[in-house]
Ligand binder design. Sequence first.
Ligand code: SIN
Length: 181
Amino acid sequence: MNDDLWVFGYGSIIWRVDFPYIEQQPAYIKNWSRRFWQGSTDHRGIPGKPGRVVTLVSQPGDVCQGRAYRVSQDYQDEVLASLDHREKGGYERLVIDIFFSEARFTSGITYHATPENPNYLGEAPYSDIAKQIASAHGPSGSNIEYIYKLHESLQQMNSTDNHVNSVLQEVRLIEANISRR
Ligand code: SIN
């Protein structure tokens, strides 16, 4: 158990789990916030018309909720190789403390896209982020599907993320305007 690898997901890794694991649990990390600040040219957008996906932004005092997976030592190398490939559009591994409760935590890894990567987009008004999400598509599907699945997964964990909710609210307005036309 001690040599098993814990992987924390806060975006697509919450709902699209394409690797073997022994157990999974809702979990959180401290001093990070989830933001739609990373561009996606290989999953939810294409080069020249990137989508927007989530990354982690340092935010002392904040908590980011997601899901943690315990991967057997026997599968560690192959799981890391497959996640490195999946997240290659700008994410890097980050070693981090993963909390299950205030009294129970473990060290593990998560994938984090920093401003240094070429696909990083950074902060923008919610309406601009939503416009981009509403119109982007990539090899993994539409960007709209990404935000809906993220929101649904967070709801299932009874977790609220004000940033995700604010972007989704704007996306819904755009969808409502399109359907009224
Ligand atoms: C993650 O899910 O933890 C990383 C970001 C993503 O792939 O959406």
